[in-house]
Design a protein around this ligand. Structure first.
Ligand SMILES: Cc1ncc(COP(=O)(O)O)c(C=O)c1O
Ligand code: FES
Length: 426
């Protein structure tokens, strides 16, 4: 296997100018995809791999009791972060499983009551593909559109509800454009109509205050690796009162997690998830402020230096660390190649397995070309101002150079209306 020397798979281009202090390449600014494990989380997890390795289900010796105690402590920590009680937390292998369990488990359990589910077009694939599977099994699914700013229209939701609707699943915050949906309002509407409300809270939990009571949430998915915890562990909040939600198990076996999710518990992972939640709860307010400032600073630098750039998604209802920007009139692929020492995500096909531009950006009404020239910056706990400066300066430089070569940009500057041009077919 060839190596690029930094072990990340990212090829770092040689630079003749010395790097600013505190900047090490490559720079990771893709914290919506995953986050590094916080060293404090690792420290909490370590004993549970070696000395305290018991099976939390072993009832007749201290190894089991110690493991169980750690799991129950983590359950409290997770519950506290979202305003739930410990008994309402089910541990899973991650949010993909949580979303599957929520949707399939509710669909199956409430089949007698109805077969209609409402979601939205900009959900994560873990929700969309689960819904598609349920459609094959005879459920009806309404995929609500979003407005140009990424928010759903509550009136659309009201119109979509019918007497067979059993579940509404709308994500708390979007993983690409960072837009925060009016969750409390959606939940209130669902409760008035006697419909269950599930939210994919993966990007919001730990970043902004999430409270299952105030937000009228019945079922919520969360994931460890998006909040500086380990990968492969997550949880599902399942409301126990007003209303008591019932979920049909999707994995059968030893009856763990009150029968809702069998399988020996990942004790170190769960301990890590709990610790990650505790840290987020303690540091959320200051960290959200810090990331928001960095985010706004990054955006302001782009807007000052470049024309034809715009943000995607409503910026008032927005995650602190998210910035999704389109750099119009540059070719997406070249843009990415020009910033290959920076780990960000793009709305283009070249970074994904499926050869299509981001369906989230397209749902906002962006054309393929603009979606291709869009970049998602995901700022996180370990990003610094020096990194933000490096990233913005580099990007501005690359965009300016690419535009110098861009005939489209030149035509726009000359005042030619591109939409009126008849391009020759090829
Ligand atoms: C909004 C959203 N939902 C679900 C997931 C899946 O989470 P996990 O990686 O824990 O399965 C992700 C992560 O990619 C996400 O961003
Ligand atoms: S930018 Fe790579 S496919 Fe569009």
């Amino acid at each position: 296997m060839s190596s690029n020397g930094n072990g990340t798979g990212i090829i770092v281009t040689e630079s003749s100018t010395p790097l600013p202090e505190g900047v090490h390449l490559p720079i990771y600014m893709d914290n919506h995809a995953t986050t590094p494990l916080d060293p404090r989380v690792l420290e909490a997890m370590m004993p549970y791999f070696t000395s305290t390795f018991g099976n939390a289900a072993s009832r007749n010796h201290s190894f089991g009791w110690e493991a169980e105690k750690a799991v129950e402590n983590a359950r409290e920590q997770v519950a506290k972060l979202i305003g739930a009680t410990a008994k309402e937390i089910i541990f899973t292998s991650g949010a993909t499983e949580s979303n599957n369990l929520a949707l399939k488990g509710i669909a199956e359990m409430y089949r007698e009551r109805g077969n209609h589910i409402i979601t939205q077009v900009t959900e994560h694939k873990a929700v969309l593909d689960t819904c598609k599977k349920l459609e094959k099994q005879g459920y009806r699914v309404t995929y609500l559109p979003v407005q140009a700013d990424g928010l759903i229209d509550i009136e659309d939701l009201k119109r979509a509800i019918d007497d067979k609707t059993i579940l509404v699943s709308i994500m708390y915050a979007n993983n690409e454009i960072g837009v925060i949906q009016p969750v409390a309002e959606i939940g209130k509407l669902c409760h008035e109509k006697g419909i269950l409300f599930h939210t994919d809270g993966v990007q919001a939990v730990g970043k902004v205050p999430v409270d299952v009571q105030k937000d009228n949430i019945d079922v919520l998915s969360l994931s460890g690796h998006k909040i500086y915890g380990p990968k492969g562990v997550g949880a599902l909040y399942v409301r126990r009162r007003n209303p008591r939600v019932q979920i049909s198990e999707q994995i059968n076996g030893g009856g763990h997690e009150r029968g809702m999710r069998s399988g020996t518990l990942n004790v170190p992972g769960i301990v890590g998830l709990g610790k990650a939640c505790e840290i987020c709860g303690e540091e959320m307010a200051t960290e959200a402020k810090r990331e928001t400032e960095l985010r706004d600073y990054l955006r302001a630098k782009f807007e000052k230096a470049l024309d034809y750039v715009h943000v995607n998604g409503n910026m008032e209802h927005h995650l602190p660390g998210n910035l999704n920007m389109s750099f119009v009139y540059v070719e997406g692929e070249s843009l990415l190649m020009g910033i290959n020492d920076i780990a960000v995500s793009s709305g283009s096909a070249c970074t994904s397995a499926t050869l299509e531009p981001s369906y989230v950006l397209k749902a906002l009404g962006l054309g393929d070309d603009v979606a291709h020239s869009s970049i998602r910056f995901g700022l996180g706990r370990f990003n610094t101002k020096a990194e933000v400066d490096y990233v913005s300066d580099k990007l501005i430089d690359v965009v300016q150079k690419l535009r110098e070569l861009s005939p489209l940009y030149e035509m726009v500057k000359e005042g030619i209306d591109l939409s009126k041009i008849e391009w020759a077919a090829h």
